[in-house]
Structures are given as C-alpha cells and as structure tokens.
Design a protein around this ligand. Sequence first.
Ligand code: AOS
Ligand code: ZN
Ligand code: ZN
Length: 430
Amino acid sequence: MTNMPISAELVAEHNAASRDALSDEYDSLGRKLGRRGIAIDAIKEKVKSFGVAVPSWGTGRGGTRFAKFPLAGEPTNIHEKLEDCAVIHQLGRSTPGVSPHFPWDCVDDYTALREEANAYGLVFDAVNSNTFQDQPGQAHTYATGSLSSTVEATRQQAIDHNVECIEIGKQIGSKALTVWVGDGTNFPGQQDLGRSFDRYLAAASQVYSALPGDWKMMLEHKMFEPAFYSSVISDWGSSLMAAQQLGDQCKCLVDLGHHAPNVNIEQIVARLHHAGKLGGFHFNDSKYGDDDLDSGSINPHQLFLVFNELIEAELSPGKGFDPSYMIDQSHNVTDPIESMLSSAETIAGCYARAAMVDRDALHAAQDGNDVMLAFRTLRTAYETDVTPILAMARDELGGAIDWLGVYRSSKYRDRKAQERKAVGLGAGIV
Ligand code: AOS
Ligand code: ZN
Ligand code: ZN
C-alpha cells in the first residue's frame, strides 16, 4: 500500500509486543492440527489469499426506519468512505475490495476514483444499482416498482440506471453488477404475480444485454421488505429462474438475511452451485429478518456451514465457479470500521475452519451412513480455535495482530471527527 491512514510504526510497535505470544499459540495449534494430519501453514496460506469485499454504504452508521444515531467522524462521501475502507484493509488485510453503490457514490471523475482506491491498495468489487428509492430530479417515481413497474417509462428509467452503473463500473475496474430491486406488493390483488415477474424478466434482459463479455450480473433475492405481501424476486427459486432465463453470465446472489426464519441457507448454496448459478454472497447475520447484523454475531455455526458447502463446491467447481464474497451490514450501534474488521475476521475464520474439515473422513462417514462420525467430523473443525492462524496471516501480510487495540490507540475516529463534516439526523438506510 502506498497511502496508509494508520501509522505503520504504530502497527509495527503493537505487533512486536504480541508476536512472541502469537508464535507460541500458533506453534501449539500447529502441533495439535499436525496430529489431525493438517498442515497449519497450508491453512494459513489459504487464509492469506482469501478476501471479502466491504460495502461502501456500510462505512457509515446505518439506522432503522425509526432513527439513525450518527457517529462523530463517520464518512459522508465516497472519498471518506474509501479512506475508512483503507483502514479496514490495512489492519485486517482481508478486505481489498470495495463494493460501491450508485447514485450514493457518484463522482465526476471515475478514473480518478479508481486511482484513489488503488493508492490505498483497494479495488472495486461489484457495483450496486439503486432503483428502490427516488432521487432528486428523477423523472419517474419508483413508487410503482422499478424493473417490474407497470409504467413503461419507469421500467426504462430503471434499465437505463443499471446500464449507467455498468458504464461506471467499467471505468472503476469492476467486473460485476448486483441488482436488488424493492419491487413487490403490500396487498393481495395489488398486482398480478405472474405478469410482474414477466415485466421484470423483460427489463432485466435489457440490462443483461449491456453486460460486457467478462462481467457477471448477480440477482439478489429477498423475501420481504420494503414490500410486505409479495416481492418480485422473493426467493432463490425466482432468482434461479430469472438467472437461467437471462443467460450464462447471470447468477444468483445470496444475502444471508433475505430468507424466511430457519431456512437451510447452506442447502440453498449447494443447490445454486449444482445449477452453476452461485454468483456471490452478502454476508451478515440476523435474528428476525433482514437485520443486517455483524456476520457470525448471532449464528456463527450457520456461517461455518455455508463455508462448508463452499469448500465442497471448490472441490468440484463446475464451469465458471467464482463466487463474489461481500459484506452487507448495517452498523447501528458500533463504529463501522470495528464491525467490519470483526466481521471479516469471523468470515475468514469460518473459511479456515471449513478448509480443515477432514473431507475424506466426512465423505466416507456419509457414504457409510455413520451419522455420528460425519457430524463429529464437521464439529471437530467447527470447534477449532483458528484465531492464531488469522492473526499470523495478518502479521505476515503487514496487518495488525490486535486490530482492535491498534485501531483504538490510533484515535483515527477522533481525528476524523475533527476533520469531517457532521452527518445529519434522520432515518437511516435499510
Ligand atoms: C437490501 O436489503 C439488500 O440487502 C441490498 O443488498 C441493498 O442494495 C444494500 O443493502 C444497499 O442498500
Ligand atoms: Zn444485500
Ligand atoms: Zn438486505
């Protein structure tokens, strides 16, 4: 990195103070894993090459529809958001990608924006379109929906916006478009469930036609909210049907918070992979709905099981298997930098634990119907404390062994509170 927001000396000083203890814990874990036939360094190398993108919108304090409680020093434009993303990647070293959102992140010069990100050691991941809210000066309202609206001019506007996002994405080096629409209904009979889907497909296929040959388009399904009776792309079935109809470059995106309670998300992952349509993830956690809580904070076991399916998928990848990993969270009560560092560590930890499952033993137990052995094989990996591996990977990549300690002692947020303009009150963004 050429432009680091946190003092490299501070990181080095902190790391020097805890390196001996870390080595001791790493070596001890290495011996333990060795007895299970696992080379700790191989897992560490996997972790070092793992990356999850952060959402530009996640750098600010989110809110509920009741209120938003701003944080002094939170970013108010894409330049400040990038600076915060740079802190997250500098300390954690597992979040080189930033997933931007338009029009929230619009600027005049996208080449300069790309250079600005690159100077921090960051790249842009999937671009996100926004046809779920009206913007000042917009010709047609999205009150009737967007890609599925009954109003032709509104559908065209939504198509044009998505195509514009692709154009911006080309300039900033992105290779994917994520489309989430809020289209749906609140009343039975409000719209025809079949014809809404037809209109969506016709409009989405026009967006798809504008996709460069080396891009993918990801359809993000969501069961409810903002629509509370029906959503046009409500579930993985609708998403899969749409992706299959649109074409090879169209895939499905799984946001962990967009399902009915208790749904077996890891099985959805396996099914979408089977269909060759697993495009990417929005990681977060939830207790009740699309809560957008920190990844793994409520149900870390589910996150592990999702990664277990991903490792199985890696072993039999199929054509074009290359899922995008992204965080999509709303940080209402924490400093977003701390939440994303914690989440990225949790996500990488689930990846590491899934990577150390004894696959041969698991498959043999499954094939032999040895239920308890199959379960314990997974459970042994899940119960392994991989924090020394994650910390060692960070240290070797130049990040912080104790990212929270370094971040707090850097007083970064306090400094930004002096420099940045204050954020207004008001409801947050869902
Ligand atoms: C909405 O619930 C989705 O999760 C989307 O990914 C949305 O585009 C994102 O949260 C930005 O608002
Ligand atoms: Zn999402
Ligand atoms: Zn969501």
